[in-house]
Design a protein around this ligand. Structure first.
Ligand SMILES: [Mg+2]
Length: 366
């Protein structure tokens, strides 16, 4: 099989109503991606996710630097192609961020092609581990811009729908407000539901130590991204001092950075995001690393679940997957959650094929 062409795309899918966490505000979810065409008629689709800013830098990297390397090559040589892209012309100016997100989009499209050629959903092509369903936890009721009333109504609805895990955002200017919101959510959902809080990097070490310590009484399942994602030492200190496990990984871009976090005991739930860490090729290596330390993996759902459901279903140490249903309607086989569990996809590929009508409706010129 040979690659004949690669075409980048940007889609902006509306988020209604717009949401915020401690550092991001989003009215649209951006997909910066690529479709890779082959001489056997199989087309692979891969993408990364953004808050609808900077997408053009990602697709420019794909068009100018990665796509030309692919033409005429066999997609089954995905690891060789990954090395050529990663250590090619862009290595000088980027080993994370834009370049790794572009690399992720291309890598995912290549794995999509391979799984389609094999006639298997990606989770089976990778070697299945969970054959029926995977546990979901819901983040979509816990946004920071939600009023307390709306927050409590939404988390109650989520539990009513059958979810057994809920995540909420914290990081308000006054941490006492965070404390009161977490307390109210715990009272609303009861003791049986697991509850995670996500700081989105907003705290410093002192705020984290003081307020996470106070919140231990709410039996939190994890504390997510309390500090700047480059601060391994700070997270290590929190992991040692707090009785809430530390979760992070959505802003960690390489297996080397994960190695340092993991080896130093600074992360306790590994949230590697396939759309940030350079694609499936690198994600699998991070998963192997976590497995050697017996650490659970719960991916950040930057792709809104389409690709990560395959990775969780094929990875022994992967416990559950976040659920945020903003963009699922645009896909030919949407990620589907029923009674709090993802139902595993059955079509060949990575579940990344986008319906033509939405591809046109949400397309943005780069
Ligand atoms: Mg997060």
């Amino acid at each position: 099989m040979k690659i004949t062409r690669a075409e980048s795309f940007i889609l902006h899918v509306p988020i209604t109503p717009p949401i915020t966490d401690a550092i991001n505000a989003a009215s649209h979810w951006g997909l910066a991606g690529v479709r890779i065409f082959t001489d056997e008629g199989i087309v692979g689709c891969g993408y990364t996710g953004t808050c609808a800013e900077g997408d053009d830098l990602i697709t420019r990297t794909i068009d100018r630097y990665y796509a030309p390397l692919l033409i005429g090559k066999d997609p089954f040589l995905v690891k060789e192609l990954w090395d050529e892209m990663r250590y090619g012309k862009m290595h000088w100016i980027g080993r994370a961020g834009v370049t790794h997100m572009a690399l992720a989009a291309v890598d995912i499209a290549l794995w999509d092609i391979m799984a389609k050629a094999a006639g298997k959903p990606l989770w089976q092509y990778l070697g299945g581990h969970k054959s029926k369903r995977i546990k979901a936890y819901n983040t979509n009721g816990g946004w920071l811009n939600w009023s307390k009333d709306r927050l409590l109504k939404d988390v109650a609805d989520i539990v009513e729908q059958g979810f057994t895990g809920v995540k909420m955002k914290v990081g308000k200017p006054d941490s006492r407000e965070d404390y009161e919101r977490v307390k109210a959510v715990r009272q609303t959902i009861g003791d049986e539901i697991i509850l995670m809080i996500d700081v989105n990097q907003q705290w410093n070490i002192n705020t984290a130590m003081t307020w996470a310590k106070k919140m231990e009484e709410f039996d939190l399942y994890w504390l997510e991204e309390p500090l700047n994602p480059d601060d391994i030492l700070g997270h290590k200190k929190l992991a040692e001092e707090l009785n809430i496990p530390i979760a992070l990984g959505e802003h960690v871009y390489t297996k080397y950075a994960f190695r340092d976090y993991i080896h130093q005991g600074a992360v306790e739930y590994v949230q590697a995001d396939v759309t940030r860490v350079g694609g499936i090729t690198e994600w699998l290596q991070v998963a192997g690393l976590a497995a050697a330390y017996d650490l659970p993996i719960c991916p950040h759902v930057g792709d809104m679940g389409q690709i990560h459901q395959h990775l969780v279903a094929s990875t022994p140490g992967a416990l559950m997957l976040e659920y945020i249903p903003w963009i699922r309607h645009i896909f030919a086989e949407p990620a589907t959650v029923k009674d709090g569990y993802y139902i595993l996809p059955q079509r060949p590929g990575a579940s990344t094929d986008i319906l033509p009508e939405y591809f046109e409706a949400y397309r943005v010129k780069s």
